[in-house]
Design a protein around this ligand. Sequence first.
Ligand SMILES: *Cc1c(COP(=O)(O)O)cnc(C)c1O
Length: 218
Amino acid sequence: MDIKSNLTEVEEKIVNACKKAGRDRNEVKLIAVSKTKPVEILQEAYDENIRYFGENKVQELSNKIPKLPSDIKWHFIGHLQRNKAKQVINKIDYLHSLDSLDLAKIIEKERIKPLKTFVEVSINLEESKNGVPYYETKEFVRELLKYQKIELVGLMMMAVKGSLNTGEQFHKLKELRDELEKEFDIKIPYLSMGMSDDYESAIKEGATHIRLGRILYK
Ligand SMILES: *Cc1c(COP(=O)(O)O)cnc(C)c1O
């Protein structure tokens, strides 16, 4: 495993995907998904100028934070269990997986300053278990706008096998974002979508945050 050359390879593909889509490279942020990886590996990525890391377990994240540089931005990307949320809610910089008002209430109560939050959306209703069902997103966001400690910055999704191909799924999230912006007269600037197998297609459809795991550690 050579993170440096993997990152170089991925960077080239990101640049090309942006070029093809007529987008600026700076519009797409790479989050190194570091779940299950030891801190030495994260340090290696850090030394290659990676500053966004994605974790999905409360305990693992709590263990890693004090061992790594303080200018890292921590992205919580997995399902956050309500009973554990309190332990990390003031340590993370971004939450990608808000999927219930119960969790929103805990954030409202425990968080000191507003948290940059993505609402996780279930686009392929028949397949995915996580996220707010596509058709309930509007009502969900309507409620969310009442919360002081939640700064809604984006929508997040995981593509899954289903009736729509991944490109169509990503496109659907972008359209949903556009509809929500219009409905509530707000800006929702970010789209967190695209993983190791499908980030190029996600960039084409407007991803601003791609979450890459496996491809960095092969
Ligand atoms: C693990 C994970 C990723 C990274 O997936 P890869 O296929 O390894 O790139 C991205 N997003 C979430 C929510 C994950 O849990």
